[in-house]
Design a protein around this ligand. Structure first.
Ligand SMILES: Nc1ncnc2c1ncn2[C@@H]1O[C@H](COP(=O)(O)OP(=O)(O)O)[C@@H](O)[C@H]1O
Ligand SMILES: [Mg+2]
Length: 1025
């Protein structure tokens, strides 16, 4: 398998064909190109920049913030070394066909790492081998381009084909490379006769971080989004920016770009999700943070220096960007249709803005090229309506630790981690989506809450649904495999089980609805009660089970589960064998050519290289994955096979009798094919009848018997036909799945909703949460609120969390909070923002009572977000974030500001802090929680009628011990007790003593009202308390 004699011959034939040489040389020496027209533009530009790829990518880089010019070393393949180019004057052909094909592919897909299939291996050649073999931990070797050539040997490295996923993970996910997978296709006889090589190696797919389909290393709990952003480059021109925006253009902030509309489109190829959104440039970073794409596609126009800020802003957040030449023709919504699933009536083409259409167009253009023609069937596009969702700005997403913690970015310790009671992968993805973009629609939120309440009140229903969901598989991702022709028998089984389980879930829901309808309605809360009764039945109605159930039955009737698991057992054995072999093989220095010279010992056995299942003709113990009743043909073939097997037994018996050889068996061996085998004395006995021996030893003899040879051939033929028929049935079933695509995806979506509802139900019961009441007002009334994550952390250590109220609204819009360090100010701020987010996600909340006016945007300015690596000082970051809040917050927003102004002198800090309060109070007029150590602010805002001052305290005991009073009270606490924290933290005692002295001297200056240490804090505005 590894040795391709025919390849050698083909190479010999080709070696001197002038035609071939011309073809190769042309691709280097002139602009004319042997490649399809779609890449022509790229070639034109390559003439000036020899390594400029058509697509190229900027991975997460720190520092280079204002430069969009692409460093060639940063391109995925690095600088293509010129010494690798062939020497034009030389008579010797440059490379043999295999290497030439590789070279061509590397040129054509110069933005990619090219993996080339050679027999049972994927190989890297030339500079790719040099660069990536060490990164992939592969052994690098060299091979002579042409035997006996004077040219330098070509570097190469490879790995067994079945390990493709493992290496793709490193290249694509860890190193953010684009990988072109070049497979081998057998050239047909006429072509080969014309001197073409036996195998043609063609790139069949390009894998990039954003275009994963079913790779095993994909994160099952998260969507794998590819995002395209469309901005009108004209609108971003410098002149416009400076005129309209007051900020300096030297600071990359969206605020310093002119207000422009931005069109977004994003897809998840693994689930078929397709979404669009129209937004404003100022919100772009937050929207992108919410979507959390794995890869962003931008027009190559943005590579130009003048648009570098746009790129810098995206790069700052660590996004991976791929630049793409814009499509030549103007794309419309109609261009989306070929990429969509069959039902496209679901979306109204009018709904989409020009920006969204352009973004969608470029996205699909990109996908088409990465998948190189294989068809995708995305779901009908859904518009993410900004006005239907709460927007959580990028800093809040971080500061509130919604999906990961600030400190180390881990999932553990995040809000999502605390909420995740979902039992399915796709349910978890829905939970993440909802949490990142909570709803702004009262009816949607109430529907979700109704469902949760129903799940809480009816434990049997909840338990049944949770158990059943546990038996389902990730059907959205499963069906996608089928749309790209990849689903196998196992996927079919999983799908069928999911459909059957969905049937059981529907039955449970129906039973529940009947039970509920039989109960009398409580007259007291009739309206809510009737609404809640409907929630389960309306969910049930969304399931479409008719034809999916038929499909499930068909799959169930066709696939032989036992056969399938036997098949896998063998596959595993083979894989284990391969694993051991791989070691040897990777040591086979130089691939095909030099293999012959290798010592016998480490030469791999050819038949073991092919990882595929043993072909029909050499499989002795048949393993069938289909039941024989799966199709009439299959039934007929199996009957024939049975009859033949009986004939074989009969023949064997007859031969034993006739030849008087009891030990005779009819066998098949890889070397001798169909043979009769005898042992001991029988060996001499049969010689008279069959004098010709195929092999013999002292005590055995093998020989041919024409009847057996003939019957054996028929057996093989039948087996082969069974195998083919099984494949045909499989293909039929696959098509059936694709036919049911829309229904299966819809059902999966309803299952996800059920999963989230059950999860929230469980959570509410475990944590004793309360159903929030939402309204269209602008108040935030939370009694006994808690921080869901901090509380959990404390209770693990046996400590109690002190609940706190928060009453923002018509009376007091801003709460100004003072108090000692470590008393819980930051926790309090965050918990209230989180309660709003949870409520609008459709979850119960950690409080005794919560009545909340819908929040349109949540903003946070929380310390410790130093971006020093981005060349922004602590104070600059603080001001950028503050600017965003003051410019964007509306009267419906919820703002938390934690210690604004601490990155500068106290005077400057107080000034900035006051300005923020003033702006938030008079201009933004939003609900605000503002924590500070600048006690002067409480005095300066005395005339802000709707601003309340609250604080927490330190309780000191006579013996010098102290504890924090986490409960908030009305008033101001002018002591930060910082030295107490310092002492607890272990500052040397003499340092503490010095600090205490200094503090004594400073106090009067910092505290204009002269309260000294140890005095009771003055309660301000007692009249209103
Ligand atoms: N309401 C509370 N009840 C109990 N412990 C709390 C509470 N709030 C905060 N804590 C504890 O106090 C620690 C410090 O809280 P933090 O909010 O950072 O204080 P501050 O911002 O006032 O310095 C938290 O890590 C938590 O362990
Ligand atoms: Mg704090």
């Amino acid at each position: 398998m590894l040795l391709r004699q025919s390849d050698y011959i083909a190479r010999a034939v080709i070696r001197d064909t002038a035609k071939y040489q011309r073809l190769i040389h042309r691709s280097y020496s002139t602009r004319a190109t042997p490649f399809p027209s779609s890449t022509r533009r790229w070639h034109a530009s390559r003439a000036t920049h020899p390594t400029q790829p058509r697509w190229h990518q900027v991975a997460q880089t720190r520092g280079a913030k204002r430069k969009a010019t692409l460093n060639l070393d940063d391109t995925p393949q690095g600088l293509v070394k010129s010494k690798a180019l062939p020497d034009l004057d030389d008579d010797e052909p440059d490379y043999p066909p295999l290497l030439q094909q590789v070279r061509n592919n590397m040129l054509k897909f110069s933005h990619c790492v090219v993996l080339t299939r050679v027999g049972g291996f994927y190989e890297l050649y030339f500079e790719h081998a040099e660069e990536f073999a060490p990164l992939l931990n592969l052994k690098k070797s060299k091979r002579k381009a042409v035997r006996g050539s004077k040219k330098p040997a070509v570097p190469m490295a490879g790995f067994p084909a079945y390990q493709l996923d493992r290496y793709l993970k490193i290249l694509v996910q860890d190193l953010s490379k684009h990988v072109a997978i070049s497979d081998e296709f057998l050239n047909d006889a006429p072509k080969r006769a014309k001197g073409e090589p036996q195998y043609n190696r063609r790139v069949s797919r390009i894998v990039t971080p954003g275009t994963l389909i079913d790779e095993h290393f994909m994160d099952p709990w998260e969507n794998n989004y590819l995002l395209s952003i469309h901005v009108d480059p004209e609108a971003l021109k410098k002149e416009n920016a400076v005129k309209i925006s007051p900020g300096s253009s030297s600071v990359s902030s969206v605020l310093n770009l002119p207000r422009t509309e931005v069109g977004l489109a994003w897809i998840d190829l693994s689930s078929g999700d397709f979404l669009t959104q129209s937004t404003d440039i100022a919100s772009l970073p937050s929207v992108v943070a919410r979507i959390k794409p794995r890869e962003i596609v931008l027009d190559s126009i943005f590579e130009k220096e003048e648009h570098s800020r746009m790129v810098a802003i995206l790069k700052e957040d660590g996004h991976i960007i791929t630049f793409q030449d814009p499509s030549e023709q103007h794309l419309t919504v109609a261009d989306w249709i070929p990429m969509l699933e069959d039902v496209v009536d679901d979306f109204d083409t009018e709904d989409f803005t020009t920006g969204e259409v352009a973004a969608g167009g470029s996205l699909l253009h990109y996908v088409k090229h990465q998948l190189l023609g294989s068809r995708t069937r995305l779901q009908a596009p859904i518009r993410h309506q900004t006005e239907d969702h709460m927007s959580i700005d990028k800093n809040s997403l971080r500061a509130l630790e919604i999906r990961s913690t600030i400190r180390d970015g881990t999932y553990e310790g995040s809000l999502l981690h605390a909420l995740k009671k979902t039992v399915t992968k796709s349910g978890t993805r829905l939970l993440t989506q909802r949490l990142s973009a909570p709803s702004l629609s009262l009816s949607t939120i109430n529907d979700r809450l109704d469902l949760v309440e129903e799940m809480i009140e009816y434990p049997q229903l909840r338990q049944d649904v949770i158990t059943l969901l546990g038996n389902t598989f990730d059907s959205v991702r499963l069906v996608t495999k089928f749309t790209v022709g990849r689903g196998d028998a196992d996927d079919l089984m999983e799908l069928s089980r999911t459909i059957l389980t969905t049937g059981d879930i529907v039955n449970s829901l129906e039973e529940h609805s009947m039970l509920r309808n039989a109960m009398p309605v409580d007259a007291q809360n009739e309206t809510t009660e009737t609404r809640r009764r409907q929630c389960i039945s309306s969910l049930r109605k969304r399931f479409e089970l008719g034809s999916p159930l038929q499909l499930a039955t068909r799959i169930h009737d066709a696939i032989d589960e036992e056969g399938l698991s036997e098949y896998h057992r063998r596959e595993d054995d083979e894989a284990a064998e391969m694993e051991g072999l791989a070691q040897d093989v990777l040591g086979r220095e130089a691939g095909e050519e030099d293999l012959k010279e290798m010592p016998k010992r480490i030469q791999p056995k050819p038949h073991m290289i092919a990882p595929s299942f043993k072909s029909a003709t050499d499989g002795r113990d048949d393993v069938w994955i289909m039941k024989r009743t799966a199709s009439p043909t299959l039934k007929r073939l199996h009957d024939t096979l049975d009859a033949m097997t009986e004939n074989k037994v009969a023949l064997e018996k007859e031969l034993r009798q006739r030849l008087g050889a009891e030990s005779l068996t009819l066998k098949w061996t890889p070397n001798l094919a169909h043979i009769a085998h005898v042992k001991g004395k029988d060996a001499s006995r049969v010689t008279a009848h069959y004098p010709k021996s195929l092999s013999s030893s002292k005590s055995t003899r093998s020989f041919q018997i024409p009847e057996w040879t003939q019957l054996g051939a028929q057996l093989d033929e039948t087996r082969f036909r069974i195998r083919t028929e099984e494949q045909r049935v499989l293909t039929d079933l696959r098509e059936d799945v694709v036919q049911n695509l829309v229904k299966l995806r819809r059902n999966a979506a309803v299952l996800d909703e059920l999963d989230v509802a059950c999860a929230f139900g469980m959570l509410a019961l475990e944590k004793n949460l309360v159903r929030p009441i939402l309204n269209a007002g602008t108040s935030h009334n939370v009694v006994g609120g808690k921080h869901p994550v901090v509380e959990a952390g404390l209770s693990e250590n046996g400590r109690k969390f002190a609940p706190n109220d928060c009453l923002l609204g018509d009376n007091e819009r801003i709460w100004l909070i003072t108090g000692p360090n470590m008393a819980g100010k930051s926790t309090y701020l965050r918990q209230n923002a989180l309660i709003s987010i949870l409520a609008q996600t459709g979850s119960y909340v950690p409080a005794e009572y919560a009545e909340i006016g819908l929040v349109d945007k949540v903003f946070s300015r929380v310390g410790s977000a130093d971006n020093l690596y981005q060349d922004q000082s602590t104070f600059m970051v603080e001001m950028l974030e503050t600017a965003q809040i003051l410019k964007e917050a509306t009267p419906r927003s919820f703002v938390i500001m934690d210690e604004v102004g601490r990155g500068t002198t106290p005077e400057d800090g107080i000034a900035v802090g006051y300005a923020c309060l003033h702006h938030l109070y008079h201009v933004n007029q939003c609900r605000t929680l503002f924590a500070t150590h600048f006690h002067a602010l409480t005095d300066m805002t005395k005339d802000f009628e709707k601003l309340g001052c609250y604080c927490n305290d330190v309780a000191e005991e006579p013996n010098g011990k102290f504890s924090y009073v986490h409960r908030l009270r009305k008033g101001v606490n002018r002591q930060s007790h910082a030295l107490k924290v310092a002492r607890v933290a272990g500052l040397p005692e003499d340092a503490i003593a010095i600090a205490a002295q200094v503090l004594q001297k400073l106090k009067p200056r910092v505290m204009p009202h002269g309260e000294g240490a140890g005095e009771r804090p003055v309660l301000r505005r007692q009249a209103t308390a």
